[in-house]
Write a protein that binds this ligand. Structure first.
Ligand code: S3P
Length: 448
């Protein structure tokens, strides 16, 4: 999967990481803040928005459908929404780049508007399954013409009024849940999503904050989320908390490099997202929460992380939904643990920005780490906390999380490793290398 401008990068081993660094805004929350603001009547303000390529793709699509979205010189984003039901016909294809969240959530938003939209994306996104949103949105009355296998590029013809549905999620996916709820926003009556396994709940929390009626009930069948349609959203001031998925790279970096002691500031700790910290603590990581507080309706803390000797675990499959994006960095932590870590029950990893089971098996293998692939997971043989061999070239496969995970692995190797392309990191954490350099006090990430 070639990138239009591949940026190879060599990663050199590091001395202890020290100091403090704040992680950028949460990607999931940033997408939602823009989308809901674009549907409110009046001006919303968003502080701490993640200015990564994925979120900028959402902003561009919303502008193409009538919302006014500007970044002020003060770094605060101001959004003038069109009102629920007010999205306009876009004049060109919506270019989604690498972003599955933009694509699936916007498909939901558009499905209950009488407009037509074409979606396209990069070589990673066009391989990812969209049938999981096409299916429920078709039941609500939208129609689709997609590439074979329910892939992008696709054309969506929305409908108004759409039909409210009760929909049980066949896969644990916050994107599918959110797509149906967002379609439900402009659908008469009550649209319900039943999730047998709870996934990240940012849509529910934030929609309520914007004034929509969203009721959540726990039942034997799972969480039932009911949204009352034809809602009116009121403009909000939103502060986006830091992204736990981004923080996880720095937390593992400090854990594996001997002598490290860092504070990662502003880490969102919503329980539907914080599974990685539970798993790392089970392995023996030394993570302390400082200054717990609430930001934008989400629990947040600063994390003090000191180097620790990790032990292998069997990663509980129940943690999968709350750490689904963190398996690649968990596999890196496992490479430095004592013993063999086994993670199963994470089949969804096969359909992320890359096939993350195969991509991490290959990446770690290129650096001398033994792994065993399962259909639904990976086993990683740890080396007891010594530096790994390194020396190899890692194929990052248009996947930001493979690139950042292996950049972290590269901090403690016997020979420098090379990322074939570090450019995908800009989708979610454009200042990743600056953050790492700040903690290591040198510029050790050299272009190859
Ligand atoms: C996301 C949901 C998850 C996650 C993705 C962001 C969201 O995807 O992997 O990075 O913001 O709703 P799935 O819904 O496919 O699990």
């Amino acid at each position: 999967m070639p990138h239009p401008n591949p940026t190879p990068r060599q990663i050199h081993s590091s001395g202890p990481l020290r100091g403090r660094v704040a992680v950028p805004g949460d990607k999931s929350i940033s997408h939602r803040a823009l989308m809901f603001s674009a549907l409110a009547v009046g001006e919303s303000r968003v502080e701490g928005l993640l200015e990564g390529e994925d979120v900028l793709a959402t902003a561009a699509a919303l502008r193409a459908m009538g919302a006014e979205i500007e970044r002020g010189a003060d770094g605060i984003w101001r959004i003038h929404g069109v009102g629920v039901g007010g999205l306009l016909q876009p004049q060109g294809a919506l270019e989604m780049g690498n972003s599955g969240t933009s694509t699936r959530l916007l498909m939901g938003l558009i499905a209950s508007h009488a407009i037509t939209a074409a979606f396209t994306g990069d070589a990673s996104l066009t391989k990812r399954p969209m049938g999981r949103v096409i299916e429920p949105l078709s039941r609500m009355g939208a129609s689709f013409t997609s590439y074979p296998g329910g892939r992008l590029p696709l054309i969506l013809r929305g409908t108004n009024p759409a039909i409210p549905i009760d929909y049980t999620l066949p896969v644990a996916s916050a994107q599918v849940k959110s797509a149906v709820l967002l379609a439900g926003l402009n659908t008469p009556g009550i649209t319900r999503v039943i999730e047998p396994i709870a996934t990240r709940d940012h849509s529910e929390r934030m929609l309520r904050g914007f004034g929509a009626t969203v009721e959540v009930e726990n039942s034997p069948a799972g969480r039932i989320i009911a949204i009352t349609g034809e809602a009116e959203l009121k403009p909000q001031r939103i502060v986006v908390p830091g992204d736990p998925s981004s923080a996880a790279f720095l937390v593992v970096a400090a854990t594996i490099v001997p002598g490290s002691d860092v504070i990662v500031e502003n880490v969102g700790l919503n329980p539907t997202r914080a599974g990685i910290f539970t798993a790392l603590r089970m392995m023996g990581a030394d993570i302390t929460e400082l200054n717990p507080r609430e930001v934008g309706g989400e629990p947040v803390a600063d994390l003090r992380v000191r180097h620790a000797q990790l032990k292998a675990i069997e990663v509980p499959a129940e943690l999968a939904p709350s750490m689904i994006d963190e398996y690649p960095i968990l596999f890196v932590a496992a490479a430095f643990a004592e013993g063999r870590t086994v993670a199963r029950g994470a089949h969804e990893l096969r359909v992320k920005e890359s096939d993350r089971i195969a991509a991490m098996a290959a990446a770690l293998g290129a650096c001398g780490v033994e792994t065993q692939e399962y259909e639904d997971g990976l086993a990683v043989q740890g080396n007891g906390g010594e530096a790994i061999a390194g020396g190899g070239t890692v194929a990052t496969q248009l996947d930001h999380r493979i690139a950042m995970s292996m950049a972290v692995a590269g901090l403690y190797t016997r020979a420098p490793l090379t990322l074939d392309d570090a450019a995908p990191i800009a989708t979610s954490y454009p200042i990743f290398f600056e953050s790492l350099d700040k903690l290591r006090g040198t510029n050790a990430m050299q272009p190859a």
